[in-house]
Ligand binder design. Structure first.
Ligand code: KE4
Length: 416
């Protein structure tokens, strides 16, 4: 067993003043048991906890750290930028630089507004869709997570799902309709019956575990939105710049009306963005209909600098490397009784014999076996999300030796 006295003491300390000792419910170890390692620092593909234990990190801050922890380019950009001040509440050229990178690389995006989180981005995107269409109802998919704003805490995935409150207490009735992921026919039926402002979807689901879109699913959503003049929103907070240089919309060739981004575009700093065609974005305050959005630290220089440094390192060639590393890991994790589902460098080990194509499939997985596996992997120095309903990530910092070490730990963890 790895030493854990300092982590246990630090976790007890955190729980005295912070609910559950965590500042995000997704970090709670309830679904897997045991105490979470308390992190001291990260470097490359590694996390080191306060007891000095080292882990190969596959959470990577839940996706942002596609270059790895404390990448020299990101740190240098932060140090240089911070010396000029950390926030002004006024436009800087750093914002335009990152916005221009996003517009140049994500095919459907003509304009972008930065926020401080993915939650703020999806919240704002729905508001813009409602304002421009004049409709109230939205449709999301059971098991998808779009952050913790009220409209989305209905049939929600990620921490809401793993902690048993997919319909969170404290949320008044919402005009949010639900459909099973990968069921375009159900969406068409709902759209025929209800006047929808927007359909919001994770183009590759990550928050019920990694569930790729079935062939024709995204195309079906596009067709329904065209038929009924509904705003199609791709929530690419995870997939943006993760599953390809232009995100999932470029990988699958389906263009949304609006896109939300986060994680990778901030390189580990707090960030989000809602973006889309001018038809929608030219009504964001102070323009057009003046649909409200604000944020003290939105587009702040540090997040912009870290995001720019990250995207600057993501040329087309790195996606071949990420694909190869993702494939190597997924192939090595394959085993009887489990299903590994992957898109690029994001993936999930489902404790299920059958492929998972929606929430019902994810919920049918053996979560007790997942919990045992998670703990055994942690004991063997591999840090994974503490829930069956999450994706994990390979970064450019993960070496083939790291990947082979994870595979070896996995094989031992599965040995009865
Ligand atoms: P943030 O508010 O956490 O920056 O972004 C919310 C969000 C929006 N859309 C998608 C598709 C997301 O995956 C997320 C956040 N992802 C979770 C993990 N599944 C972040 C971890 C957490 O909540 O602590």
């Amino acid at each position: 067993m790895r030493p854990a006295d300092k982590s246990k003491a630090a976790f007890l300390r955190a729980q005295r003043t912070i609910p559950g000792g965590v500042n995000s419910a997704a970090r709670a170890f309830g679904p897997v048991g045991g105490n979470p390692p308390i992190v001291k620092r990260g470097s490359g593909s590694r996390l080191i906890d306060v007891d000095g234990n080292e882990y190969i990190d596959l959470v990577m801050s839940w996706g942002p750290l596609i270059l790895g922890h404390a990448h020299s380019d990101v740190i240098a950009a932060l140090v240089e930028t911070a010396q000029n001040g950390t926030s002004f509440g006024a436009t800087t050229e750093l914002e335009s630089t990152l916005a221009e990178l996003v517009v140049a690389r994500v095919p459907s995006i003509e304009m972008v507004r930065f926020t401080n989180s993915g939650t703020e981005a999806t919240m704002a995107a729905i508001r813009v869709a409602r304002g421009v269409t004049g409709r109230d109802k939205i449709l999301k998919f059971t098991g998808c997570w779009h952050g913790h704003a009220d409209p989305f805490l209905v049939g929600a995935g990620s921490s809401a799902l793993s902690l048993g409150t997919p319909d969170s207490p404290g949320v008044p009735p919402q005009p949010t309709l639900l459909a099973p992921y990968n069921d375009a026919a159900a969406v068409a039926a709902i759209a025929a019956e209800h006047e929808l402002a927007a359909i919001i979807v994770e183009p590759v689901a990550g928050n019920m575990g990694c569930v790729p879109p079935a062939p024709g699913f995204l195309e079906g959503l596009r067709a329904v939105c065209d038929d009924h003049e509904i705003c199609l929103i791709f929530d690419e907070v995870i997939t943006g710049f993760r599953v390809g240089p232009g995100g999932a919309q470029q990988r699958y060739g389906v263009m949304p009306d609006m896109t939300t981004l986060g994680k990778t575009i901030g390189g580990g700093l707090p960030v989000g963005a809602f973006a889309g065609t001018r038809r929608f974005m030219e009504h964001v305050a102070p323009l057009g209909m003046c649909i409200s959005q604000g944020g003290t630290l939105s587009g702040n220089p540090l997040a912009m600098a870290a995001g720019r440094a990250t995207l600057a390192a993501l040329d087309e060639a790195v996606y071949d490397e990420l694909e190869a590393k993702g494939r190597r890991l997924a192939d090595g994790l394959a085993h009887d009784g489990i299903t590994v589902q992957r898109v690029g460098s994001m993936m999930t080990v489902f404790f299920s014999d059958a492929p998972v194509r929606d929430l019902a499939g994810a919920e049918a997985c053996d979560r007790e076996r997942f919990a045992k596996w998670h703990s055994a992997m942690l004991d063997r120095g591999v840090y994974l999300p503490p829930s069956q309903f999450e994706a994990f990530f390979v970064s450019l910092a993960h070496t083939e030796a790291d990947i082979d070490q994870v595979i070896a730990a996995h094989r031992h963890a599965l040995t009865p």
